[in-house]
Design a protein around this ligand. Sequence first.
Ligand code: ADP
Ligand code: MG
Length: 257
Amino acid sequence: MRAEKVVRIENVAMTFHSDEGEISALADISLEIAQGEFVCIVGPSGCGKSTLLNILAGLVTPSAGAAYIQEQRVSNATSLVGYMPQSDQLFEWRTIWKNVLLGLEVQNKVNDDTKAFVEQMLQTYGLYEFRNAYPSQLSGGMRQRAALIRTLAINPEILLLDEAFSALDYQTRLVVADEVKQIIARENKTAILVTHDIAEAISMADRVVVLTKRPGSIKNIHRIMLTCQVHTPLGCREAVEFKDYFNLIWKELDVHA
Ligand code: ADP
Ligand code: MG
């Protein structure tokens, strides 16, 4: 199979203009991502990670350069992209069923086929029994899965995950990361995950992109090759190479360096 580049970021820069003056958030980012790849982006706080995802989602127009999704220049929000923000943003007054259908409702795409697709995902990912429950009745991990199903319901090609697991406690976070990685692989999606957790990035990614401090530019890209028995984010942490990647990226992120 040809390794098709589904995402292309070309010399993207972003400067925000505010009352306090100009803030240069991103400087000259170029990156290509292949179909089915899982890319993690790490970088110091405020270096423009969320801005980069916002640009890919078509919510922010870059001041220079351009982003392309399947060779189409990104100019506004497209259903090719599913965006899962930092907080799960489930609506507390809607049932899980009503929550996972939200994206489809917004796009006017609720029909028997899409409903069956969502029902199937709820079943596969252990939430079917909870479809009539409200978010407050679910655990953090279950909420995160519901948010992911809502994002997958519109059948996007590319998933953008912004610090998707940071609201979870450590134990839950490991389990949910495992689940999410499996779901994304099984649905054959391309994913970009922003995280400040180096271990999480190494254990989940095909490549880890390290950004410099603001204005964010690419400091290094690591292709992650781990020899582990079990290829899950948890199993990958057992790989002998894990610590080396960790130390390397840790040093690159050192704000004093
Ligand atoms: P990160 O996600 O890496 O923490 P962000 O992309 O959220 O960083 O922000 C990068 C920089 O751009 C920050 O200094 C932030 O204050 C600034 N910024 C982000 N969005 C806006 C905006 N809409 N207007 C002005 N400044 C912004
Ligand atoms: Mg951010």
